[in-house]
Design a protein. Structure first.
Length: 115
């Protein structure tokens, strides 16, 4: 099983990033996919969640207007688009898959937003 995040990097305040998570080794189309983040010295925080066929999405209230989650089951990938980024969005962003009682994690991708 692999979840590989990409697309992180450095961006100025107000900018945008698209994070990708490529999945393999499990039935992606049966999995709920979730993006979390962990900012320095803070607890892990759920950013967005999407159901297995993409019909239902959830966003954290604090980011609802600045985030979009989507998935492509044919490509076994989930995307997270962040816009109007703020310095407080600086964090490691993690991809998480939940399927059939299993819980898989990627290694994370660093997003750094400068003021």
């Amino acid at each position: 099983v692999q979840l590989v995040e990409s697309g992180g990097g450095w961006v100025q305040s107000g900018g945008s990033l698209r994070l990708s998570c490529a999945a393999s080794g499990f039935t992606f189309s049966s999995s709920v996919m979730i993006w979390y983040r962990r900012a320095p010295e803070k607890e892990r925080e759920l950013v967005a969640r999407i159901s297995s066929f993409g019909s239902s999405v959830y966003y954290a209230d604090s980011m609802k207007s600045r985030v979009t989650i989507s998935r492509g089951n044919a490509k076994n990938a989930v995307l997270l688009e962040r816009n109007s980024l703020k310095p407080e969005d600086t964090a490691v962003y993690y991809c998480n898959a939940r399927t059939q009682g299993y819980n898989y994690w990627g290694q994370g991708t660093q997003v750094t937003v400068s003021s």
